[in-house]
Design a protein around this ligand. Sequence first.
Ligand code: ADP
Length: 461
Amino acid sequence: MKSLYVKLAITTIAIMIASSLISFMFSNFYYQQKLKPDNDDKNTNIALDMASYVESEEDLNLERYLEHMAAVGYQIFLTDQDGNETYYGNPFRDQSLPGETIELVLSGEVYHGIKQFPQETFVTGFFANELTNTIGVPFEHNQIQYALFIRPDIKLLFNEMHILFAWILVLTIVLSIILVLINTKFLVNPLSKLTAATNELSEGNFSIKLEIERDDEIGKLAKGFKHMAEQLDKLDQTKNEFISNVSHDIQSPLSNIKGYSNLLKKNTLNQEDKDLYISIINNEINRLSNLTKQLLLLASLDKQDDLLKKTTYSLSDQLKDVIFNHQWSISEKGIMASYSLPDTQINGDRTLLYNVWENLLTNAIKYNKENGNLDISILENEHDIDIRFKDSGIGFSEEVQEQMFDRFYREDSSRTKEVEGTGLGLSIVASIVDLHGGQIQIDSEKHVGSTFTIILPKNTN
Ligand code: ADP
């Protein structure tokens, strides 16, 4: 398999060769169609001029004159009626010329050899140093009939130009090939780096250093790739953290259950201790069951494949239900609760939204102070419904606020540790609100209290 570098280099060079050949063919065609007749005309005029000059100067030394013209830049062939042939100037490469052509010119005709020169695709007639590629004119000198054949001596006239053009051609070819090779390398290099990075990624190494700084499509591809690697890295870390959190949160109630059930085996225990241990075991079982329920809910929210089962129902009644179910813990903590729950209909997934209100309410109770305040209200606007949970609890800093929606996040404070929790509640709230196209607004001050406002759009389609 040829590498992209070799393929690109070969195709570019092949394109260069093909286009040179095609342009040569086209310019040759142009010479044949347009320039050749012009060239023939020009040289015919010169030849006729020479002939008429010779005819007008009776005392002219013909030989000297033609030698002089040859020196100026012509290849000349002269023949007379008796067949005496003389060449002047640089020799013709091919000296053959049909006898009848000579006869024709001796009889007074002009021979247009340049115009009649055969068309060949790859040989421009302009350069053909052949006797047939000449202009033949008749003249008479000292009562002798002559036929004069001339053509410009290309070698003499254009030799330096030839060398110059040859140099230009060679340099252009060599430089183009070198530049094509460099440019191809420049193009292909980042792709090789990307391939190496993809291989690393597939082997599980997400911290990839990709040094490609460009603004073009390849640069954008590299940026996208880096971003993807970072996201995969984050996902991998989150997955690992998640597994270790879940394992820890399952392990600790299990070891408590094991420990207390072992204690229960002892015969020396009095009824009071037994009751205490059984209630601890029960609590731990509840904790485990709560955790697994939340984990299952999170997993189903992540999949997002079972679409929301939306219905229109009374939000105020649902909130009253949630409050009723938790009334005992509100009273237990001596919390002063106030509600503003005007009759409001909402379109959403009833079961999932129940989870949202339950999580927010239990947090507002759990993190509240003894005898604190709690206020729950619904505010219906033109486009959305705002549901507000305001407590006068421990509050939290902005730093906590940034992380509180992360899975398993719990503030690392003694007050939070006193309270039961899995750190999953708010991440569940965020996922459900997000699925409903809503937003969460938070306002909190440490030791003063917190307000969570859920803003759900009315038109949820
Ligand atoms: P959990 O309550 O099980 O710990 P959550 O996801 O519901 O988990 O909450 C995450 C963290 O956010 C809590 O541990 C707590 O530190 C903080 N938090 C949540 N709600 C409140 C609140 N009303 N007042 C103060 N802190 C809160």
